[in-house]
Design a protein around this ligand. Sequence first.
Ligand SMILES: [Zn+2]
Length: 279
Amino acid sequence: MLVPSQPSPTQTRLGNLTVTTLSDGFLDVPGAYFSNLSPQEHRHVLPTARFGANTWLIEAEARKVLVDAGSGSWLKERFADTGNLGWQLDDRMEERAAVTDIIVTHMHADHIGGLVAGGRSLFPNATIHMQAAEWVFWTDAALPQSVPEDQRPLIELIQALGTPLKGQIKLHEGEADLGGGITLLPAAGHTPGHQVVHLSAGTRELMLIADAVVSEALQFGNPDIHYALDGDPAKAAETRKTLFDRFASNKIPFAATHLTSTGFGHLERSGSGYDYTAA
Ligand SMILES: [Zn+2]
């Protein structure tokens, strides 16, 4: 598949809401991160797969709601093509100050790194919406010692990124209506408090599903394929299947963080899996 080197932002309107996809760049992920594949599916796994890194800005009248913020400068050593949004740059200060709300889908560094630089929150005026289960899990002081040593640096990074945000965070337990047609829905599995965003205007709906699906080449055809960074792979697969079923049944356009497409796509049932069409 051909992947553009510089994805252009796409904009979608839904009632009063304008949804703009902001690409933070790309991540090259080892094919070995995928498991629970049939021998036939194994043949489609590339040594590395290029993932997108999409974030979204939802604008509605006076509100500017950011959904995740990309990696900032934190993952550049491992993933050179991330952090392209450059939220930390001085000339973006006004833009950052105007953000009223931030939805954190989950606390992995490729989603929250762009919120912090130099030990300070970059979006001082925003309320940050997160599931309580997510915050409690990642900020547990005992967590770094409870994981294998090679995973410790990433957890320490997440904890360091969380600290400056603490005073701005509004924790939600389960479904949360943010008003104006913006609703948070818990979608655990990838992480304990992973959440997705449901947007509605009248009978029209859109969904932003973050990391509920990560590989477009593998997981639409077979949603049971596991991903190494899923905290609970079986639960992640259940969540993925519930969402896919809803998208196909109700023809809901959706977008996800790591798809290479920056736009919204559709699913149709095909055998035991789904066919994805980018809009
Ligand atoms: Zn991610």
